[in-house]
Design a protein around this ligand. Sequence first.
Ligand SMILES: Cc1cc2nc3c(=O)[nH]c(=O)nc-3n(C[C@H](O)[C@H](O)[C@H](O)COP(=O)(O)OP(=O)(O)OC[C@H]3O[C@@H](n4cnc5c(N)ncnc54)[C@H](O)[C@@H]3O)c2cc1C
Length: 391
Amino acid sequence: MNDIVIVGGGHAGAQLCVQLAAEGLGARVRLICAEPQLPYQRPPLSKQFLKSQTEALQTQRDAGWFAGHSIQTHLDDPVEGINRELRCVTLASGAVLSYEHLVLATGTRARRLSWLPPALQNVTVLRDAADAWSLRDRLNRLLTNGKPLTVLGGGFIGLEVAATARLMGLQVRLVEAGPRLLSRSVSPRLAEFVLAQHQAAGIEVHLNSTVSSPKISDGYLAGWHLNGRPETIDELLVGIGGTPETGLAELAGLEVDDGILVDPRMRSSDPRILAIGDCARVSLLSEAGRGHRLRLESVHNAVAQAKIAAAFLVGGAQPEESVPVFWSEQGRLRVQIAGLLPPEDYETVVHPGKNESSFSLFHYSSEGLSCVESVNAPGDHLNAKKLLAQR
Ligand SMILES: Cc1cc2nc3c(=O)[nH]c(=O)nc-3n(C[C@H](O)[C@H](O)[C@H](O)COP(=O)(O)OP(=O)(O)OC[C@H]3O[C@@H](n4cnc5c(N)ncnc54)[C@H](O)[C@@H]3O)c2cc1C
């Protein structure tokens, strides 16, 4: 009997398969993927994957591994509905699969610009392999024709693509509406350093900037006004964040609020349905976090939550909350973050590194060390994880 159905073959879904296979439960698992590929690593898509036409997707486990553990995979066949009463899901192909436990690992979808038509030929987002193949072709075309790339959004994905394109030799213009880069995720001090590095690398960065009056011609975005000045657009990458993919959960009547709401064991408001990874918003277990809910978008979080879900499904003990970790590669910058930046009222101690582009920022709140941001300082990052785990 296939009684554990996992919806979404991303980092969280793949890791859950690994955990359940290690427990000898592979034959009870079905992994349902909307994409035509087996689960693959997403982080390279904004980095090395774009640089070389021959770079392949890095699959997490190959078809032989899934077959060897008797895990049935359904590719290119998204789940379209959940029937909680009958405990079954319906796939786009019409197949109906029943479950004892259902795990939603549906990730996020890229936010798009509401004021642009949806399918413009020279406007793209970057979320999955299809987007990355298309973006790679576009970057190479720009390079051949000596045309610039425009990136809208100074978050991690926008900056990673901008830095990669610049390393490839492209002219890059980055437009950010807010007063600084990475405003949702790093300290102002780190954001300032990142800005200076990208500017020094030759990326034209526009902060506090507004875009208006898009000019659409023959299915292309031909131009717009940037801060009131007309500009032409050759290719635009929209990198303005993602929204949790909660449509299925909402249709099924689960509790959703900026993510599928789950308890510390990853159970949704229906205890037979779990949610993990980018799509889940969890109530925290630790004393410090009690009463708070958190939704993180990172590989580390997807893997950690898959382990918690696996422990629940096999009747094991609840694993301890692990220190949140994130990394980003932007050209020659490797940013690593351990812990969570307090929203306000924190003090920062700078640890200089081996050279001027290597350092760490140790942030202390009233409860002690809360977060360490390291730039080109992997040793500090390792120590930070240990220190934060002891708290
Ligand atoms: C370009 C890029 C670069 C990144 N770089 C980093 C990085 O450097 N460091 C880092 O920590 N994180 C990075 N991330 C974030 C990280 O990849 C995500 O946090 C992680 O993939 C989340 O895993 P997940 O399984 O929750 O979601 P995903 O990996 O997004 O997987 C969700 C899957 O569910 C599928 N799905 C959705 N709906 C359905 C349905 N109805 N039926 C079946 N399947 C469905 C989707 O197609 C998708 O394949 C990056 C993300 C991107 C896009």
